[in-house]
Unconditional design. Structure first.
Length: 158
């Protein structure tokens, strides 16, 4: 059995795959050749493992941008209280383009939603015309970002 074949027979989160993930969290542009030197597998085996991790939904490789530099001058977190189950409201929120993060929570809000907008007027319209009009939304509270101090995706693996 060659290395590419052995990748097909491994758990998505075996120790080698965890090292691959950590390497890509540190630098998502790292070449398969560079990763292969770290994990001791061939480039082909690393490529196969990375593709399997992507195909199984364990990870994704994307470009993380600065919203301000992309023309989105206003970011905010919106706390939402709902009546009834939160899942239908979360489903509706997922379909809104400006929404980039939706979580069902425990605590004073049922949902937390991060939004990116072009301006305060855009944020106002999004909240008042789209979010508050979703059936089940009872109240919203908006937390406007004044300065983003830290955002990381390199928390490692266990």
């Amino acid at each position: 059995m060659n290395n590419a074949d052995s990748a097909k027979n491994t758990s998505p989160l075996d120790p080698v795959n965890k090292v691959i993930i950590e390497q890509l969290q540190h630098d998502g542009r790292l070449s398969y050749a560079a990763i292969s030197k770290v994990v001791g597998l061939s480039e082909a085996a690393v490529r196969s493992r990375v593709q399997r991790l992507i195909d199984t939904g364990v990870m994704q490789i994307i470009a993380v941008t600065n919203p301000v530099e992309m023309g989105f001058a206003r970011q905010a977190m919106v706390g939402i209280k709902v009546s009834g189950p939160p899942e239908p409201v979360a489903d509706a929120l997922e379909s809104i383009d400006e929404v980039d993060y939706v979580v069902i929570t425990a605590g004073s809000f049922d949902l937390l939603v991060e939004v990116v907008c072009e301006s305060d007027a855009h944020l106002y319209s999004l909240i008042s015309r789209q979010i508050r009009s979703i059936p089940g939304v009872v109240t919203t509270e908006t937390f406007v970002y004044l300065e983003l101090r830290k955002q990381t995706y390199s928390w490692g693996v266990k």
